[in-house]
Every structure is written in C-alpha cells, then in structure tokens.
Design a protein around this ligand. Structure first.
Ligand SMILES: C=CC1=C(C)c2cc3[nH]c(cc4nc(cc5[nH]c(cc1n2)c(C)c5CCC(=O)O)C(CCC(=O)O)=C4C)c(C)c3C=C
Ligand code: FE2
Length: 420
C-alpha cells in the first residue's frame, strides 16, 4: 500500500491500552530506534540507562544523541520545556543557504552535547546537556524560486490551510524553517536561541515563537493540560519500528524524493482555550465532551487511564458519546487506523489579553508520515465536536522534519542541497 492511501487497512488495530504502562520503556526504545541501535543492543542500552538513573529523569538520558537516521526530539520522551520557533531565511543564495544548514548542524551538535551560557560571568560553568533536543523542519515556502529547490519539495508539504473555526493570525503562522527546542529547564532554550542568533546572524529572521511546558502529573500518570484533563495518554507505539515506519517516517514507497527518506511531517497548531467559559461547564458535561473521567483519565467505560475504550460494545454512544473528543479523534476501526499520528504537545500561558481574559492553551504538535492522511483527516472528524466551542486555533504551520544527521561528516539537508 502506498503511504497516501487512507482506507483498506490490513494491519490489525493495535492495542492502545497496552501502551500506557509500556510508555517509559517505549520511550527508551524510541531513543534507541532514533539513534539507530537495534534489537538486543537497544534493550541492553535501555537496561543500562534505567540502571543509571534514566527513570528519575522521566525516561530521558541527560544527553540525547544528536546523530542518527531520524532527528531527535520526535520519539524522545517529552522534556519538560519546549520552545517552538518559525523563521524566515534571509540568505540570498543557494551557497548561503547551504552554509546556514551547515552552521545549524554544527551548533545543534555542540549545544546538545552541553549547553553553555553565553554570559561571560557564568561561562566557566560546566556545560549541561539538559536532555536538550533541537529538531529542524522546513516549510513549503523554502521551496519557492529563491534557492532552486522548487522541484524538490516533499510531496505532502504545503502551507497549513485554515480549517473551519480557525482564526489564524498571519504573524503566528508558517515560516521557511521551524525549530522545536526541548530541554529540562527553560533557560536552556533561551541559551540555544541566543547562540543561534549569534551564529546565524543575518541569515535567519524569527517570525513567531511559542514557549511552552508540561504540567506535572497530578497526582500521577499523564500530565494535564489547563483544561484539566490528562493529555497524551494514547499515542502510537514509539517502541515498534513497524508502527513507526507505517505512521511516522517517510519510507519507500511513499512517492517522496529520496533525500526526504527518514524525515517526518510536523503539524504545529497554537490553540487558545476559552478557559473562563470552560470553567463554567459542570465536570460531568466536560467528561462527556472528552469521553474520559477528569480525575483519573479513564475512558468513560473503564476504570483506569490506560484502559482501552471499547467502542464496539457501545455502538450508540451510551457510555462514550459518539461526538466525544477521543471517539472522533480515534474511532479505533480498521479504516481509521492509518490516520493515527504521534502527539507531542505542550501548554502555553501568556498572561492576560487586553480584555483581561487568560491567554493560555496548547501548542499542539503532531508528527506523521502524511499530514493530509493523518492530521487533516482527524481534524475534519473533529469539526463539529462539542470541544470546538471552547478553543480557537490561532497559529502554527506545516513543516517537513529533515532526515537525521547521520554522522560527523553529514549535515542537515545534505541530501537536498548536494544533489539538486
Ligand atoms: C486534529 C487533531 C487533534 C487536535 C487539534 C486536538 C486538540 C486538543 N486535544 C485536547 C485534549 C485531549 N486530546 C485527547 C486525545 C486525542 N486528541 C487527538 C487529536 C487532536 N486533539 C487524538 C488523536 C487523541 C487520542 C485519541 C485516542 O487515541 O483515544 C485527550 C485524551 C487523552 C489522550 O489520549 O491523550 C485529551 C484530554 C485539547 C485540550 C485540544 C485542543 C486545545
Ligand atoms: Fe486531543
């Protein structure tokens, strides 16, 4: 089957409920998969790292390997803080663009090895890796006529369209490049941005930025968004390379250019909550809107967070409403199986707006093989969901996450810029 075919699903619907308790191990395996370790070596490395305190760091190594077939920061278990930035490229020639990508490669490699503050008075401090990952994407606009790349655009890359009910602000959308910078402390993200501003001076102009973070698990399990429900409970199995090759990575025969193999599509959506309105809704109604219990995160037909909802036993939606968020987002049928994708979202809080309303919400971040087959299909299913009244998408973009930098001789976009 080609990567863009949505229906005719032959693979069995996988058992999402199993994943929750495997999440930490899957995260570890995910790191191994991302770095090219396979099978027993990965398991041994995972065991080694758990023994050396990996668990205390949320399943994250202090230093996330930079080199690999895929970029870090996708299968990597989520760090606590994230900065998402859209940039325009100011380079004026193909050579300057190549130089920019090479410079970004060097700096990202050095920084993930250990973030060193630029300030002179603290420069003597030992650099700390802080589980930093920097994940680079390219937007459709990079493939215009400036750099001779127009015939080489990834097949499904286009500017993010406005969906019904979106109120997209141009100043918070799109970009030639995207950076997702994730670390265990917010200052690491600022140091990365300062370093890149200095090192790429004149070549990049920021368009928009969203700083975001994970809330702590309360009292346990998946963290909660500001809407109060646990989020990120169900995701594809990052420990399964078969699942990742079906849902995440650009793999043959996707009809994608060769240079793009090993990459992935990133969908970013800055979604504001109308939290004052939401807070007036009784909890029982909120639970119907999501299809899960607010306190435990369990589906309305289950007891625990990781219990899989059993839609087949509830065809009329008496327990889990047919229009609930989880049921529309993932109906768990054979036909909808290939529209699943990996969510890696964070919360934002930007204080109050001019009317005194709280300006907070979600930096929704999804990774997938094909944004039309996956994100957009799910988004269309969610169109008339009751949650839509309480949220407004304001920004974001579609980006293609470049394949990983293989080794010290390789650089971001080498396949694209060398060959074309
Ligand atoms: C188009 C895709 C999605 C958008 C946009 C989206 C927005 C959004 N979601 C929440 C909160 C939750 N989402 C949950 C599950 C969930 N959401 C999507 C997709 C989109 N969400 C998917 C595919 C799923 C998984 C469904 C499943 O497989 O069962 C949940 C439940 C917990 C969980 O599984 O993570 C919550 C809570 C908000 C607040 C929001 C917009 C602001
Ligand atoms: Fe959701």
């Amino acid at each position: 089957m080609r990567c863009d075919q949505a229906g005719d699903e032959r693979a069995p619907v996988s058992d999402d409920g199993r994943r929750g308790f495997l999440k930490c191990a899957a995260g570890i395996a995910g790191v191994a998969a991302a770095t090219g370790l396979g099978g027993q070596a990965a398991a041994a490395a995972a065991a080694d790292r758990s023994a050396s305190g990996l668990r205390e760091n949320g399943g994250l190594p202090d230093k996330v390997p930079f080199h690999g077939r895929h970029q870090a920061g996708i299968l990597t278990p989520q760090q606590l803080f994230a900065g998402f930035v859209g940039f325009d490229v100011m380079a004026e020639s193909r050579e300057a663009l190549t130089g920019l990508f090479q410079k970004l490669t060097t700096r990202c490699q050095v920084l993930t090895d250990g973030v060193k503050p630029l300030d002179e008075q603290v420069a003597a401090e030992r650099p700390t890796p802080d589980s930093l990952t920097i994940t680079l994407g390219v937007g459709a606009s990079l493939f215009d006529d400036r750099f001779g790349l127009s015939g080489h655009k990834p097949r499904h890359l286009k500017a993010m369209p406005a969906f019904p009910d979106d109120r997209l602000e141009p100043a918070r959308c799109h970009g030639d490049l995207s950076l997702q910078i994730c670390a265990q402390h917010p200052d690491a993200i600022v140091h990365v941005l300062r370093d890149l501003a200095r090192e790429t001076h004149g070549l990049l102009r920021p368009r928009w930025r969203a700083d975001a973070f994970l809330n702590p698990s309360r009292p346990s399990g998946s963290p909660r968004t500001f809407i109060g429900f646990k989020d990120g409970i169900v995701n594809p199995d990052t420990g399964s390379s078969r699942e990742m090759n079906r849902l995440m990575w650009v793999t043959p025969p996707c009809g994608e250019p060769d240079w793009a193999l090993g990459g992935s599509y990133q969908v970013l959506r800055l979604i504001r909550f109308h939290i004052e309105k939401w807070d007036k809704v009784p909890v029982a109604r909120q639970e119907q809107i999501f299809g899960r219990r607010k306190a435990s995160g369990a589906p309305l037909d289950g007891k625990q967070e990781n219990d899989p909802p059993r839609y087949r036993d509830d065809p009329h939606g008496r327990k889990i409403p047919l229009d609930s968020h989880i049921r529309l987002a993932n109906p768990r049928t054979e036909k909808t199986d290939r529209s699943r994708f990996l969510r890696r979202s964070y919360n934002y809080d930007q204080g109050f707006d001019q009317s005194g309303r709280m300006d907070l919400g979600l930096v929704f971040c999804g990774y997938q093989q094909n944004p039309e087959r996956q994100f957009a299909t799910v988004q269309r299913r969610l169109r008339h969901e009751p949650l839509a009244k309480f949220i407004t998408p304001l920004g974001g973009g579609y980006f293609f996450i470049l394949p990983g930098v293989r080794d010290a001789d390789d650089w971001f976009g080498s396949g694209l810029l060398k060959k074309t």
